[in-house]
Design a protein. Structure first.
Lengths: 203, 990
């Protein structure tokens, strides 16, 4: 039946949500469906394994490593979040399961549990700080950082990706926000609301 | 009306931008840069409101946020109306509409003014003394009248059209107050580009008191030039954030300081999208408080007449706003700083007399300077009263003789008066930071003692008043030094609690707290009646309890109290300063948390289908759950009857996605399950499910649900919807703290899986066409089994379980496929007339079968046996959470409430959930209550109402007739088994 899978499209909870007006100083985008796994593994076992599914686990807590398409984040002493393209879901799972066979671990598919968004722009950090109490300063939360935190009343995982050029070609901060599916409209609405003042227009 | 009191030049107003504001409908010409107060004063308007209790005419007293009197109703247009705005901090713009408050029918003629004549009645403790008897009158008569009479202004009724924002910010240094000390601190602190510095100030522009100092110089340049250069330097530094119009109003632990930024109130037409205000929550490495000082009024009879203002405020209006508050001005003072005001007013063209309580020999260089400037000075004089009702017309002054006796009074005519009783450092935020205050008798003020947080006070908020010293103090607070040469500041004063008055002066109103109308006499009365603690006097007289929190009045009240008690101020102590420093709008606190963002509205993957199909929703925790699906104009009752019948006769489809789900993984998963649940799990075969009860350590039911064993080391656990987070936390708690040796990991998968429950005798036929890789027949896939495979091409975990008592399946599919699979199943079920049902029908269906709902049949005091579920408690198990509590004497004793069914005598009567149950309705009150109804519904399938209840010794009362409270008296109900339908369970295997 696997061949049928391609005919069933993943329907994201934000598919119908539109960003009202895109302010120049910030861009908020919803991300396409992706493959995600929670990996729980003893720290010692992680060190022994080195890398899994092409992703290095040897990361300090609250840092992530990424290649062109995949990303591994260490969220705690024994917890990683792995993210890759939707099409890689089965290979990522199989690779990881093979590497970890015989080791006490949990590898749980949460591809559909989480929803991803990206926020970039000069004002991105202050928009996040509308609901996130963390210090997002360049030195305190530099690119490569990732942590579980709050946005308003929702739990999110916040990633500081590499800076990207904005419309004017200036390098600006770039964040990824992951939240649970049912919170996605709230999180998106919260960010869009906070971004509204950067789209302020003269009456 | 002309702007007769506007000076031809000077001030910080923008004369190129003339504007018109309205006051009580009258046009008041002004300029951009004016406040409401300066605009009114420029037009000769002093009388702007009526006082709180006595309805006395009141004017503008101050120039800043400490203003106690001039509280106006402000209408910024478009339903932006707000009462109780301080005229001194409202920035004027064209079209701004101001109204006076607390009078009827008009400001100049007010019926409530009678209160002033009845002053002898409205003494301290008036409410407590007058409205004592009869007690019943308090709620029915007194309180409503008092509430109508009390309070200032009218709350707006229209919804607030503005949006409000919030922001968290982090800084190495937060500087509160952008006067000379704050600016100096920010300059030093921000020299290191790695230090993020936030400089906030409540005023529209930085500069503090320097904004109205036109004579002093700093390092050879005027103060305004010094401020401008300093702000330009700060502005150019990337690491500095300057926040004007931003009040630091709360200081919490860990240098967490709350700021209220006012963003659009000063704009006639704000940009669309801008929030009106923003709440900042700053976490600072170090906080530097440079919050300045407040001038004290003088306490003398009728010191509250419109036109009597603080001396420094006169100076501010003339210098900063180019407004002459009067042409003939008398300034009463006990200190030096008022002379600076007198000199500036004189220079602006007013005739000025200074009345100084001090002896000539006690005065400093200010005296010579004033006389030289042409100011008349009367030293060794007191003020004993004033003339004028709606505007001061004269001050009554008298010379003191060598023994301090008051000489013959004489009246100095004036159209405006100043008063200055010295200075009080603004220690509010320091006090909020839990720092202890220290009384400095040289300064006659409380000043910050030892800091308890990473905080430093600088400048006049700790009694450093001299300009050069203030700047040096600010720099020092930031860890540096800055020596400047600056004009000397007149700083000394002689404390006076109450101005000397002739003995036997008839009863007078000498105001201490202007906003709450507390007089010196009230303080004396409180002492006479036995109040000695400042906290008690404060509450008895209400001094310092108004929205200005006694910024101008506290020291005078303390001094008076100390004098009455014949003690010193340190022995009296001071009251506690609380947030907010100045009033903060509700909108600022609410921020974006309203409307759709008030709380996250969690929606399931099938939510949009339910919306499209007309579902009514109910809130379950944060979830929106489909409650029922009314067809056309059905009532809820009709819809639920139809839905429940459909499930029992053919098939229903239900969105159970909100069920909590946890994956329990690891070699010790079964052992972990065994310890968490009451029943046995180690022998559960792979591919089978089991219903489990979970207790807390107290032995009471905590949660329940079905768990499936997918492999020897993998369980798919379900919890109640509301219990999902706390069950995971409970499990993690035990795993991490009690059983760290178990090889188990827990992962929430609640939102990974959409859950579609298909229930009814047609359930199997409905899903069969969509499934190829799972055998569905009863033998291969019995009740309480689980299989993995695919449905409609999508991977699924298929449970054969039932919460209805019918043949049923729960289809778990990855969430993004949830709605598509739901639609496929629904389509497949149309030939059986499959009916979508909501949570209400689900509740009825399970109650017909006597299945409990944790949180409805349980309330945190219910054991498994109370529910008749002792069979689920593994007697042979060595241990599980809550096991030991199940043998507690009170748990094993008889007389516990047990779950039973109730059948009402009246078939159509639906008992109230929560209704109390008694055995004998004719006993005397208070009756002995023996239980309560936990669930109650009309059951269309049974054709009568049904109810579940917890009743004392309920299982021994079968067929007993009990009595249940209803809104119309008692109803009879018979105790029955808590299973109303298919007790043998044959339907499960249809």
């Amino acid at each position: 039946m696997l061949e049928n899978r391609s005919i069933m499209r993943r329907e994201g909870i934000l598919d119908q949500v539109a960003m009202p007006a895109e302010p120049s100083s910030v861009a908020l985008r919803t991300l396409p469906p992706e493959a995600r796994f929670v990996l729980r593994l003893g720290a010692g076992d992680a060190t022994r394994n080195g890398s899994i599914a092409g992703l290095s686990l040897a990361l300090p807590i609250n840092r992530f490593g990424a290649d062109a398409s995949r990303l591994a984040t260490r969220l705690g002493p024994d917890e990683w979040l792995l993210i890759g393209p939707d099409a890689d879901a089965e290979t990522m799972h199989a690779d990881a399961a093979r590497a970890l066979a015989g080791t006490h671990h949990a590898l749980v598919d949460i591809s559909h549990r989480n929803v991803g968004m990206e926020l970039s722009g000069r004002a991105a950090a202050v928009i996040l700080n509308a609901g996130c109490p963390l210090d997002l300063g360049d030195r305190q939360f530099p690119p490569g950082s990732a942590t579980r935190t709050l946005l308003g009343k929702a739990e999110v995982v916040l990633f500081r990706l590499a800076d990207v050029p904005d419309r004017l070609g200036v390098a600006v901060p770039h964040y990824r926000i992951e939240c649970w599916r049912s919170f996605a409209r709230y999180v998106h609405g919260y960010l869009a609301g906070a971004a509204a003042e950067y789209a302020a227009v003269r009456n | 009306m002309t702007t007769a009191f506007r000076l031809p030049k000077g001030g910080r107003i923008d004369r190129t931008k003339p504007i018109v504001v309205r006051f009580n409908g009258r046009e008041v010409p002004a300029f951009q840069g004016d406040t409401a107060a300066s605009a009114l004063l420029a037009n000769g308007i002093h009388f702007v409101g009526r006082s709180f209790k006595y309805h006395r005419p009141r004017g503008i007293m101050s120039h800043g946020s400490e203003e106690p009197n001039a509280l106006l109703d402000v209408d910024r247009g478009g339903n932006r109306r707000e009462p109780n705005n301080r005229a001194t901090v409202v920035e004027a713009f064209d079209g701004l509409a101001l109204k006076s408050q607390n009078h009827w029918p008009s400001l100049t003629f007010d019926v409530g003014e009678i209160n002033d004549r009845l002053g002898a009645i409205f003494v301290a403790g008036f409410y407590y003394k007058t409205f004592m008897w009869p007690p019943k009158f308090w709620t029915s008569v007194y309180e409503p009248i008092i509430r109508r009479a009390a309070g200032l202004g009218q709350a707006p009724t229209a919804p607030d059209p503005d949006r409000y924002a919030q922001r968290h910010a982090h800084a190495e240094v937060l500087v509160v107050g952008a006067g000379p000390a704050g600016i100096a601190a920010a300059l030093v602190a921000s020299e290191d580009p790695n230090k993020r510095v936030i400089l906030c100030d409540e005023q529209a522009e930085p500069g503090g008191a320097l904004l109205h100092d036109v004579t002093s110089e700093i390092d050879g340049v005027p103060t305004s030039a010094w401020v401008k250069a300093a702000i330009e330097t700060l502005d150019a530094r990337e690491n500095v954030t300057i926040l004007p119009r931003t009040t630091a109003f709360g200081y919490f632990n860990h240098n967490h300081v709350a700021l209220a930024e006012r963003i659009t109130d000063h704009l006639r037409v704000p940009l669309t999208g801008l929030p009106r205000e923003r709440l900042w929550q700053v976490r600072a490495g170090r906080v530097i408080l440079a919050t300045g000082a407040h001038e004290r009024p003088l306490v003398f009879a009728d010191n509250d007449r419109p036109g009597i203002m603080l001396a420094e405020s006169l100076r501010c209006f003339v210098n900063r706003y180019a407004v002459l508050p009067g042409r003939q001005i008398v300034i009463a003072t006990t200190g030096a700083s008022a002379y600076r005001a007198a000199i500036d007013l004189k220079a602006a063209g007013a005739s000025v007399t200074v009345v100084d309580l001090r002896l000539e020999g006690d005065c400093g260089t200010e005296l010579v300077a004033a006389v030289h400037a042409g100011v008349e000075v009367l030293t060794n004089h007191t003020v004993i009263g004033s003339h004028g009702r709606q505007r001061v017309t004269g001050l009554i002054v008298a010379k003191l003789d060598g023994n301090g006796a008051v000489g013959a009074p004489r009246v100095l005519a004036c159209d405006c008066a100043g008063m200055s009783g010295g200075w009080t450092p603004a220690v509010h935020l320091f006090s909020q930071s839990r720092g202890k205050l220290r009384f400095d008798s040289g300064l006659d003020a409380f000043v910050p003692g030892a800091s308890v947080q990473a905080e430093t006070s600088a400048g006049s908020c700790r009694g450093v008043y001299d300009l050069a010293a203030t700047i040096a103090d600010g720099a020092k607070a930031a860890g540096g030094s800055r020596a400047v040469a600056a004009s000397p500041t007149y700083t000394s004063f002689q404390p006076a609690r109450i101005m000397p008055a002739p003995p036997g002066q008839k009863p007078v109103k000498a105001f201490v707290d202007f906003q709450n109308d507390v007089t010196a006499k009230d303080i004396k009365l409180a002492v006479a009646e036995g109040f000695t603690s400042i906290e008690h006097v404060k509450r008895y007289t209400t001094t310092g309890m108004a929205t200005d929190q006694g910024k101008t009045s506290n020291m005078n009240a303390l001094g008076l109290l100390a004098g009455q008690l014949a003690t010193e101020i340190p022995a009296v102590g001071t009251t506690t300063f609380r947030l907010p420093y100045t009033p903060v709008t509700f909108g600022t606190f609410a921020g974006p948390n309203r409307g759709d963002l008030f709380d996250p509205a969690r929606v399931t993957p099938i939510h949009d289908w339910a919306v499209a199909n007309g579902a009514k929703f109910e809130d379950v925790g944060l979830w929106k759950r489909a409650w029922y699906f009314p067809a056309r104009d059905e009532t809820m009752h009709q819809a639920v009857a139809r839905e429940t019948k459909a499930v029992r006769t053919s098939a229903g489809i239900f969105d159970a996605s909100t069920l909590g789900k946890i994956e329990v993984t690891g070699a010790d998963a079964a052992e972990f399950m065994n310890r968490i649940y009451t029943n046995a799990w180690t022998k559960l075969e792979v591919g089978r499910c089991r219903y489990g009860l979970m207790l807390k350590e107290d032995g009471y039911v905590f949660d329940d649900g079905v768990a499936a064993r997918l492999s020897p080391t993998l369980f798919h656990v379900t919890t109640t919807t509301g219990g999902a987070p706390r069950v995971l936390a409970h499990m993690e708690d035990f795993l991490q703290t009690e059983w760290p040796d178990l090889k188990v990991f827990l992962t929430s998968i609640t939102e990974q899986w959409a859950v579609i429950a298909v229930q009814g005798r047609r359930a199997r036929e409905m899903i069969a066409p969509l499934i190829e890789d799972i055998a569905l027949d009863d033998a291969a896939f019995p009740h309480m089994a689980v299989r993995t495979g695919h449905i409609a091409g999508v991977p699924c975990r298929l449970f054969r379980v039932s919460f209805t008592g019918e043949l049923g399946f729960e289809i778990n599919v990855p969430a993004d496929y949830g709605q598509a699979v739901w639609e496929a199943v629904y389509e497949s079920g149309r030939r059986f007339d499959v009916t979508p049902y909501g949570t209400e029908a689900m509740h009825v269906l399970r109650a017909e079968k006597g299945y409990i709902i944790v949180g409805q049949e349980t309330d945190g005091t219910v054991t498994p046996d109370d529910l008749g579920l002792s069979g689920l408690v593994g007697k042979a198990k060595r241990d599980f959470v809550g096991k030991r509590s199940l043998v507690r004497p009170d748990v094993v004793a008889t007389g516990r409430k047990q779950l039973v069914g109730l059948r009402t005598g009246d078939l159509s009567l639906i008992l109230d959930e929560g209704a109390q149950i008694v055995a004998d309705p004719n006993q005397t009150v208070p009756m002995k209550m023996i239980g309560h109804v936990t669930s109650s519904y009309m059951s269309a399938n049974i054709g009568r109402s049904i109810a579940l209840a917890l009743v004392v010794d309920g299982r021994r009362r079968m067929n007993e007739r009990l009595h249940v409270t209803t809104p119309n008296g008692f109803a009879q109900a018979t105790v029955v088994e808590p299973v109303f339908l298919d007790p043998e369970g044959v339907r499960l295997h249809a």
